[in-house]
Design a protein around this ligand. Structure first.
Ligand code: FDA
Length: 491
């Protein structure tokens, strides 16, 4: 691949994504690493602006997480996102960082694209939009956008990136990569020295190397490694001296000590609407750089308390709570309520559950006592799933009687136990089951307008690899689209 000012010569070629770079494109405008939601959308948007893009992914299929998301129908955005204060739906050490990108590329912008491609969709719950047919429709749209030009998107897949090296714009070349030697090729120097199309990076892969004006890292989070998740982006950030906040699984089921949980095991499968809350940890200062691989392996445990990259949650005043459905599992709790709260939960701290958020239960039970001789569990079953009512009353012999035989105080205690149930999870189901990764590249290192590293011109981080994590309900994809869009405007 001979070097050359790629944009000038091929900016107006219009081809579909292919594995082959144009013969003169040893130098592209941007190498995008990671062909997931953010990477594909960024490549498409950059190409729409006339850029030549090489998209590289180590997996053989694109956008595997889009494909499996939303039960195969991709909850691709949330139209309840408050564009004036989008950060309230996001967790991170500095959630306000996401405001700029999210207010410049809104859910309505993405919905307009989806509509223009004839993808039917529907709202399921609380502003969550899903494809009517299949998430594959969305992937097809992203690929079609990549092929639309006027720039060009080439794709190398599966392809492993072995090094990313910064080239000094001056004659003396330096490398930020220890894995490959500094370049001495005269054509690279020429490109770097002309100033017309400065090659700022050399990306080396198992298919060869390419010069790029910009490198966009869109390698996502750590969850579900078997479909391609890796800590590559976090390691690359550290290679270039950027701070990475410790990572941990988010939007993840919570687990309990097996002995403590034994009484609830028979309830596996029971679901009900609840209010769930937790008090996030006290505010923490910016966490130091960490070894992402090490914290990735830790799985259900974050780094030191107060340094888990969740200062965002920490900086919120008071408890965080969600009204959503809860699901009992064999090992603990899941369902939307638990997934949401898991992104704020700090290990070792309790959760509070109100299993009947819409009822003044003590009042109702005392009223029932005046006119009923039914067992307490049967009365409770007016509001709760019968299996749960039975299991709950089995916890205390006094609750197993007919309701008119139960002292008022015991009924009040029963109500309190159901409406202020405090329990401390022992951990999470880890990256195997997590939808997202909390923590990541520290937003203080990045421009909020473009997602470019402040200390590394031409190096961008977008999507989930950044320390911005959305609530359940389409917010994470909206961050992927919006951060990709913001970055593409700068390529
Ligand atoms: P994404 O993970 O999409 O893409 C990263 C890409 O980088 C992958 O293609 C990967 O192969 C590649 N890559 C990784 N390491 C690499 C390396 N070393 N070299 C080259 N390539 C590399 N969100 C939402 O809003 N609505 C939803 O319905 C769901 N549902 C959902 C279900 C499940 C089961 C999961 C696990 C997650 C979700 N999510 C979700 C979250 C959502 O999928 C996620 O936040 C986005 O896909 C993030 O987009 P990114 O492009 O940043 O990463």
């Amino acid at each position: 691949l001979p070097a050359g000012p790629a944009r000038r010569r091929i900016a107006l070629t219009h081809t579909h994504p292919s594995s082959a770079l144009p013969p003169d494109a040893a130098h592209v405008d941007a190498v995008v690493i990671g062909a997931g939601a953010a990477g594909l959308f960024c490549a498409a948007q950059a190409s729409a602006r006339g850029a030549t893009v090489l998209l590289i992914d180590h997996a053989s299929a694109v956008a595997e997480k889009v494909r499996i998301s939303g039960g195969g129908r991709a909850n691709f955005t949330n139209q309840w996102l408050d564009v004036r204060a989008p950060h309230k739906h996001f967790v991170g050490d500095n959630p306000a960082f996401c405001r700029s990108a999210l207010s410049r590329f809104t859910p309505q912008d993405f919905i307009a694209l989806v509509d223009a491609h004839g993808i039917a969709h529907h709202e399921k719950h609380k502003g969550q939009l899903f494809c009517d047919h299949s998430a594959q429709d969305l992937i097809d749209m992203l690929l079609a956008l990549c092929g639309r030009g006027p720039g060009q998107v080439s794709r190398w897949q599966p392809c492993r990136v072995t090094a990313v090296q910064a080239l000094n714009a001056s004659r003396t070349e330096t490398s930020s990569s220890t894995s490959i030697p500094p370049s001495s090729s005269s054509s690279e120097r020429e490109t770097a020295d002309t100033g017309i199309h400065p090659a700022r990076y050399r990306v080396t892969t198992e298919r060869g190397s390419v010069l790029a004006t910009s490198v966009v890292v869109a390698t996502g989070g750590l969850s579900i490694p078997k479909i391609g998740a890796s800590d590559f982006g976090l390691r690359l950030a550290q290679q270039f001296g950027l701070r990475v906040l410790p990572t941990r699984p988010g939007l993840v089921p919570l687990t309990f000590d097996a002995q403590d949980w034994a009484p609830f095991v028979p309830l596996a499968g029971v679901a009900l609407p609840v209010r769930i809350s937790t008090v996030p940890a006290p505010a923490s200062d910016a966490a130091p750089a960490t070894n992402p691989a090490a914290s990735a392996q830790a799985g259900t445990r974050p780094g030191k308390a107060g340094q888990d990259g969740k200062g965002a949650a920490a900086k919120r005043a008071g408890p965080v709570s969600f009204d959503e459905d809860l699901l009992f599992t064999h090992r603990g709790l899941s369902g939307p309520a638990v997934l949401q709260i898991s992104s704020y939960w700090q290990p070792g701290t309790p959760l509070t559950l109100n299993l009947l958020p819409e009822v003044d239960l003590a009042d109702e039970l005392l009223r029932a006592k005046a006119s009923s001789r039914k067992r307490v569990a049967n009365e409770l079953a007016r509001w709760l799933p019968a299996r749960l009512a039975d299991a709950w009353c089995a916890r205390d012999p006094v609750w197993q009687r007919a309701i008119d035989q139960v002292p008022d105080k015991a009924l009040q205690q029963l109500a309190a136990s159901l409406q202020r149930w405090q329990l401390t999870p022992s951990g999470t189901e880890g990256y195997r089951k997590a939808e997202v990764t909390l923590g990541g590249v520290d937003t203080r290192e990045l421009s909020q307008q473009t997602l470019e590293a402040k200390s590394r011109p031409g190096l961008f981080f977008i999507g989930e690899v950044v320390d911005i994590t959305g609530w359940l309900g389409g917010y994470n994809f909206q961050w992927a689209w919006a951060s990709a869009h913001a970055c593409a405007q700068a390529l």
